[in-house]
Design a protein. Structure first.
Length: 292
C-alpha cells in the first residue's frame, strides 16, 4: 500500500524524502554521546574535532546551556560557538604561547570567560595572573571556570571592571552568543551590527595606571606581561599607560587591536623601547606582540 501511495505522489510531480537528523550525516559526532545541546555541538564540530585531535583525554559533557569541555586537567564551561573558537585559538593554535627564563606576572585585560588565564596557568614561567573582565555575565562565567579548576589555575584575582583612561560607567551592547565582541566599540563590531537581538549592559571602567601600578608593586623581581583583548578600549589604555610612564615597567605585551588600526599603538611601543611584531587579521583588527 505504501509503495502505491509513493508512486501516485511521484506521478503528481512530488517526492517524499526522509528527513534525517544532522548526526546521520556526521556519524563521528556520535562518539560524544550528546543528546542535549546537540545543535551547539553540530555547529562547533570543526573546533571540537581540532581539540579532540590534539588532546588524547578530550571529553564533552552536556552542562547547563552548553558543555563542560575536558582536556589536560581542565574542565571548562562553554555555551557558544565563539567560545569553542576561543578554546581553539588558545589551546590548539596557541595564540598566547609565551616562553621565558624569568618568573612572570601576567595581567589579563579582557579575560572573557577565563580561557586565556587558564592557558597562562599551564606555562612554567608564569607565577601569577591578575585578570579583568567588565561584563557581569562574562565575569560570572569566568569565575565559574576558575572555580572548576581551582587547584590548577594561578589567578590571584579577577576583577569585574574594565580599564581605560578615566573612572566612569559605560553602557555597551551584549549578546550571550558573542561575549568576546562586547566592548566600547559597539556597532563597529560586525557581529553586533548584524544582530537585532542585542541587549544592554552597564560596565565600570577605572583608570588603567592605578590598577597596573598596584600589581607591579607586588611583583618585584618578576617580568610583567600584559595580554590585552578589550574590544576597542586598547587605545585609551595605551594613552593612559604612556602618560603615566608605566610602559617603562612592562616587559611583554600581546594586544589585539580593533577598528582604528595599529599605527598609534606601534608608535607608542617604539617610543618606550619595545621591539614590535605586528600583523593584520583583517581590515579592522590585528595582533601586536611587543617585547624589550
Amino acid at each position: 500500500m505504501k509503495k502505491t501511495i509513493y508512486k501516485f505522489i511521484n506521478r503528481l510531480g512530488y517526492k517524499i524524502e526522509k528527513k534525517r537528523p544532522k548526526e546521520y550525516f556526521f556519524p563521528e559526532l556520535k562518539k560524544y554521546n550528546i543528546t542535549e545541546n546537540f545543535e551547539l555541538l553540530f555547529n562547533s564540530k570543526i573546533f571540537v574535532k581540532s581539540l579532540d585531535a590534539i588532546y588524547s583525554n578530550f571529553a564533552l559533557q552536556s552542562h547547563k546551556d552548553g558543555f563542560l569541555v575536558s582536556f589536560l586537567d581542565f574542565n571548562i564551561y562553554v555555551e557558544s560557538i565563539e567560545e569553542f573558537l576561543i578554546l581553539n585559538e588558545v589551546f590548539v593554535t596557541k595564540d598566547y604561547n609565551f616562553i621565558s627564563n624569568h618568573k612572570t606576572t601576567v595581567i589579563d585585560i579582557g579575560a572573557n570567560i577565563g580561557i586565556s588565564s587558564l592557558y597562562f596557568s599551564t606555562l612554567d614561567c608564569v607565577d601569577k595572573i591578575y585578570a579583568f573582565e567588565p561584563i557581569i555575565d562574562t565575569f560570572n562565567q569566568a569565575q565559574y571556570n576558575l572555580e572548576l579548576n581551582k587547584t590548577r589555575h594561578k589567578v590571584i584575582a579577577i576583577k569585574n571592571i574594565g580599564l581605560g583612561k578615566s573612572n566612569r560607567t559605560e553602557t555597551v551592547l551584549f549578546n550571550k552568543s558573542s561575549k568576546g565582541n562586547t566592548g566600547v566599540r559597539g556597532l563597529l563590531s560586525p557581529t553586533y551590527a548584524s544582530n537585532a537581538q542585542n541587549e544592554i549592559r552597564a560596565l565600570k571602567i577605572v583608570e588603567t595606571s592605578k590598577e597596573i601600578e598596584k600589581i607591579i608593586t607586588t611583583s618585584v623581581g618578576q617580568k610583567i606581561m600584559i595580554k590585552m583583548d578589550c574590544e576597542g578600549a586598547e587605545y585609551e589604555i595605551f594613552e593612559n599607560l604612556s602618560e603615566s610612564n608605566l610602559l617603562d615597567k612592562i616587559d611583554v605585551l600581546i594586544i589585539e587591536w580593533h577598528d582604528k588600526g595599529a599605527k598609534s599603538i606601534e608608535n607608542t611601543l617604539l617610543k618606550f623601547g619595545f621591539n614590535v611584531f605586528s600583523r593584520d587579521l583583517g581590515p579592522i583588527s590585528g595582533i601586536i606582540t611587543a617585547s624589550k
